[in-house]
Design a protein around this ligand. Structure first.
Ligand code: ADP
Length: 622
């Protein structure tokens, strides 16, 4: 080889060396600055090289990382040990998942791809590529969580649907397929196995609601419209075609060509609530149009409803009075009525035709008749009170005028009658002296009739006094037997077909003698009047616990049970054939019960039609 040849070779060598150096430089750069984290680990598990991407991804400096054992950077010891063992066994790891610890303490999820460089069978170092999948992993965990919560909310949704008995349906107009949920089928009363299609659905809409329902559905499917509907209408049950109110909601999904792709919705049976609603609407209308004031209130006396008549009667509007206390309507001196009424209601009683006074917004006193009933919830617990108030002011004034008239007439009649009575008695005494049997007989009868008239007028005067509330008791000590004897001796009741017996009445009582006399005369005269075929009338007394119970019993026509409660009402007379011919005004028993009420006593009756009667009352023994 000559020099020239040598020089050429040298130059070639030089340029090849340069090219090689350049290549090494490029490769080194490639590894050092590649965007994939790379490192080498030696036979002892020590990191001997790592590129910048690896350092950057974990946040360590070269000095902290290189020269340290690899397992110091793994979160799971078992994993790195397994990786190293596998590599030593000459395995190639592909996408081996591991967790690395960053300098800031955070954890990175990575996939490791690695094998080893060996020379002459000797482990030189690993070639390790790490791919950061932390974000991917986080995304996966988020998805998993979402999936779980989706499942939970679906389960909750299904439970809620079952609880409120919500049926669902799904209609595909393209294929004509219609799917109903189990609940939906239940609402329609559809037995299993019956195929469902749109025609079946249409056939089970109530004829009167069909146009409306179908029009709403059509509107919802119109691409220019709302795309949904929410209506209530009636369906007919499958089979018996019984009417049932439902609420149906639907939503339409259009495709990009504005064609209906899916139509889904819900139905719920609202029959019971709809019927209840209709009923309460009817009731509300009745309440509003009533002439009586209808008011409801809580047990604490707070007004909760107020109809138009209440407004007319008391002057307050519903807005003004609802939420206020009922005491606003009660005059000062009657405020104790409220707790009394409430205690009766709490016992489950109704208070009927309770006559009292109430005061209007303009402080005017009204005479009213109250009917009060408890309002109960479904368990029977009393939760409020309803009051019906009727204005009886006009009736009261009219009554007062009538009373005044009766009192005046009775008073005017009393004076001439007293004179007649004394003249008759003078004449009777004279006839007896002269032994004129004809005159004795006629004058005795006149005397009895006059006494009857005096008693009657006495009753009317007492009635007027009771009505005015001006009756006064004049209590004295007297013997009951002597009073009864006197009444019988008076002779008004003497008939040939009745026998009167007095039993055990020798007892002293402390009461108003005249008024108890009035009670006894009324009971005795009734016992005789209502025993047209005669019999025995017994006035019997029973002493018990400081009281004497006086019974007046007869063997007359008796009284049907259904009349018992009204017997003591003013002007009440039983209407039947036997009683029709007996004269009377229906005042006697009312007076009896009122006089006894003033004596803190009560009249009681035991009687059956055709089996005689027994009237009784108690008086305190003196
Ligand atoms: P009157 O006798 O004037 O009709 P009362 O007030 O005394 O009025 O009695 C009311 C009604 O009670 C009577 O109309 C009668 O039908 C009935 N009644 C009262 N007492 C008796 C009796 N002893 N037997 C049967 N019915 C009676």
């Amino acid at each position: 080889m000559d020099l020239r040849e040598l020089n050429e070779k040298l130059a070639l060598y030089e340029s090849e060396k340069k090219a090689l150096e350049q290549r090494v430089e490029e490769l080194t750069d490639f590894f050092e600055n590649a965007s994939v984290p790379l490192h080498w680990v030696d036979n002892n598990g020590t990191i001997i090289w790592a590129n910048q991407a690896e350092l950057d991804s974990l946040g360590y400096t070269k000095e902290e990382y290189i020269g340290s054992p690899i397992n110091a950077f793994h979160a799971d010891n078992a994993i790195i040990n397994d990786i190293l063992t596998r590599l030593k066994n000459r395995e190639t790891l592909i996408d081996y998942p591991a967790r690395l610890t960053c300098k800031d303490g955070s954890i990175k999820h990575v996939l490791i791809n690695s094998n080893i460089l060996e020379k002459n069978g000797e482990f030189i170092h690993t070639r390790c590529f790490t791919r950061d999948i932390t974000e991917l992993k986080k995304e996966e965990q988020r998805k998993e969580k979402l999936l779980v919560s989706l499942e939970q909310s679906e389960a909750r949704f299904r439970m809620a649907m079952e609880a409120i008995k919500l049926g669902t349906w799904d209609f595909n107009p393209g294929t004509g397929e219609l799917i109903w949920s189990e609940e939906c089928k239940k609402i329609y009363g559809l037995p299993p196995g019956v195929p469902i299609d749109f025609d079946l659905f249409v056939d089970h809409i109530h004829p009167e609601d069909k146009d409306y329902a179908l029009k709403e559905i059509e509107k919802a499917m119109d691409p220019a419209g709302e795309g949904s509907y929410d209506i209530t209408y009636r369906i007919l049950h499958y089979g018996d075609r019984a009417e049932c109110w439902i609420r149906a909601q639907g939503k339409v999904y259009f495709n990009s060509e504005k064609q209906v792709e899916r139509f889904i919705g819900t139905v719920v049976d609202i029959h019971d609530s709809k019927i209840a609603e209709e009923k309460s609407a009817k009731l509300a209308a009745i309440v509003e149009s009533s002439d009586d004031a209808i008011i409801s209130k809580t047990l604490e006396g707070i007004i909760t409803s107020w109809n138009e008549s209440a407004e007319r009667m008391f002057g307050y509007t519903a807005d003004e009075i609802i939420g206020q206390s009922i005491l606003k309507l009660i005059p000062e001196e009657r405020q104790q009525e409220e707790p009394l009424i409430l205690s009766r209601l709490k016992k489950g009683e109704r208070v009927e035709h309770f006559e009292t006074q109430r005061v209007t917004k303009y402080k005017k006193l009204l005479d009213i008749s109250l009917t009060i009933s408890p309002i109960k919830d479904s368990t029977g617990k009393i939760i409020g009170v309803s009051k019906i108030a009727r204005d009886i002011s006009d009736k009261k004034t009219e009554e007062m005028r009538k009373n005044d008239f009766i009192a005046m007439v009775s008073h005017e009649l009393k004076t001439p009658l007293t004179s007649i009575k004394s003249y008759v008695q003078v004449l009777l005494a004279k006839a007896k002296k002269e032994n004129d049997s004809f005159r004795i007989e006629r004058l005795t009868r006149t005397d009895i009739q006059v006494k009857k008239m005096v008693t009657m007028i006495g009753d009317f005067l007492s009635l007027a006094k009771i009505e005015e509330g001006t009756i006064k008791l004049n209590k004295t000590l007297f013997n009951l037997k002597l009073l009864i004897d006197e009444i019988i001796f008076d002779g008004q009741f003497l008939t040939s077909i009745h026998t009167i017996e007095i039993k055990n009445c020798d007892v002293n009582v402390y009461a108003d003698k005249d008024k108890i006399g009035q009670v006894l005369i009324n009971l005795l005269s009734n016992a005789i009047k209502y025993s047209p075929s005669g019999g025995t009338v017994i006035i019997g007394c029973e002493k018990n616990n400081g009281k004497v119970k006086v019974n007046v019993s007869d063997e007359g026509v008796g009284i049907n049970l259904k009349n018992h409660t009204r017997l003591f009402d003013r002007f009440y007379r039983v209407e039947n054939e036997q009683v029709k011919t007996v004269s009377g005004f229906g005042v006697g028993l009312y007076l009896v019960s009122e006089i006894l009420r003033y004596h803190d006593s009560e009249i009681e009756v035991e009687s059956h039609e055709g089996q005689g009667s027994n009237f009784s009352f108690n008086l305190s023994i003196a």
